[in-house]
Design a protein around this ligand. Sequence first.
Ligand code: SAH
Ligand code: MG
Length: 222
Amino acid sequence: MVNEWKEQAEVDPLRAAVFAQSLHTDDPPALRELEREALDAGVPIIRPQTRSLLHFLMEIKKPAAILEIGTAVGYSALYMHAYAGEGCRITTIEIDPDRAAKAAEHFAQADAGEDISLLIGDAAQILPTLEGPYDLILMDAAKGQYVRFLPEILRLLAPGGVIVSDNCLQDGEILESRFAVRRRDRTIHKRMREYLEALFAEPSLVSVLLEAGDGIALSVRR
Ligand code: SAH
Ligand code: MG
């Protein structure tokens, strides 16, 4: 790769992100209260740019089956549900029983309980029991686990299917050298690097890493 491309770093990424977020207008009104509730409770729901991107992908892909890893209280699942076509099935996995209970409540309130299957437990155990194929997979759980989930994700991904991996830049930490990262974050740092390298090296995928939101990797199966 030619080093001249360094010059492109002229755009201040923070200002760009604020501007991009200000353009994002398509949150379903029914989800505003849930967004407030999640943010107040410190639940890390998908950021506005990730939402725009998901909406965009759903419009292009019109997925019939979606898999999400990391439901939290159900915001992103309901966000996708709001833009999903007739008959689209969403399967979502959450390890924390309290969060899962809240998510189940929110799905019922939104009358989405029929379309969304909530599976409670560790995705590492649940993924091998799933059949797929899924047209869209949102990876949004513990960042250090992504690399562990990858073989199952690849098994479950449909041809032409898309993986959206959230929080790939770990608030910028992934750019730092391993030694600049606090000791307790080093394992996550190492595993996220391994995950990104594996995505880009995987011959059946075409991947791109966007610095939007908290870093989003997009991968499509050839
Ligand atoms: N997708 C949600 C936010 C998810 S936050 C939204 O945007 O609304 C990440 C969630 O992943 C947390 O609730 C956490 O409990 C869950 N999680 C972490 N490790 C997991 C695992 N191994 N299996 C399933 N869920 C996991
Ligand atoms: Mg996230």
